[in-house]
Design a protein around this ligand. Structure first.
Ligand code: ATP
Length: 233
């Protein structure tokens, strides 16, 4: 059974007389411990899917099975618990708390979960041992994104959802970030879903879900994912 199983998911917004269909009968699966990329142009509906998978938004209809449970049926309390314990989020613009240090940003996340990891150990793993007491404004974009990855990993969630995680980074720094996300799947067996509009990044995935104009256009299994070190854009 797939860890993620999205079945016939629709998301519609009513804007006055106009109905916007952001997701139009979306279905796909992602296996436990694998790395999937959702690929598509701006406005395709990618963030809408990811926000629904992360319990930040609800679908208009359809099933969102996560480990066999339909989170579309969750009430607010269950969704809060799900977001807190089961999901790590990584956003394009990091979303760190500006007046907390690197270490404190990660500690804040681990303090609210049951089985959190040691913040300093995780920050060491992402190469930030020398930056524990710096504030976000004192860090480069790549370092800030590594804090965000440490924050997500330290919660020890099964699922990592990453919305354009390299969108604000240069090529080299972007590849370092992708390597950490790839390691999260390959070494630590997290289920990782990355949204991107960059088809080169899609090559690192086990499964590529192509979304355009609110629909899934193709789902391609990649038997030989390209190592992060070998992709170029
Ligand atoms: N809250 C909302 N109200 C109305 N329309 C929305 C809302 N959120 C998203 N949309 C619309 O749904 C469509 C899909 O948006 P979405 O953000 O999912 O696309 P995307 O593929 O993530 O694009 P990008 O890469 O630019 O972030 C767009 O047409 C967008 O304007």
């Amino acid at each position: 059974m797939a860890y993620i199983d999205v079945k016939n998911e629709f998301k519609k917004y009513q804007m006055g007389d106009t109905e916007i269909v952001a997701n139009n009968n979306i279905s796909f699966q992602v296996d436990e411990g694998s790395l999937a990329v959702i690929l598509g142009p701006s406005g395709a509906g990618k963030s809408t899917v990811l926000n629904i998978l992360g319990g930040m938004d609800s679908p208009t209809s359809g099933k969102i099975l996560v480990d066999g449970t339909d989170i579309a049926q969750f009430n607010d309390h269950q969704l809060t618990q799900y977001r807190r314990d089961d999901v790590g989020f990584i956003f394009q613009f990091y979303n760190l708390i500006p007046n907390l240090s690197t270490k404190e940003n990660v500690e804040l996340a681990t303090s609210i979960v049951k089985d959190g990891l040691d913040p300093v150990n995780v920050l060491n793993e992402v190469g930030l041992s020398a930056r524990l007491d710096n504030f976000p404004s004192q860090l480069s974009g790549g370092e800030q994104q590594r804090v965000a990855i440490a924050r997500a990993l330290a919660k020890n969630p099964k699922l990592l959802l990453c919305d354009e995680p390299t969108g604000a980074l240069d090529y080299t720094t972007g590849k370092q970030v992708l390597q950490l996300l790839s390691d999260a799947s390959r070494t630590f067996h997290k289920t990782v879903i990355i949204i991107t509009h960059n088809s080169e990044i899609a090559k690192i995935a086990d499964r590529i879900i192509h979304i355009n104009d609110a629909k899934v256009r193709s789902v391609i299994d990649n038997a030989k994912p390209t190592p992060v070190s070998d992709i170029e854009w």
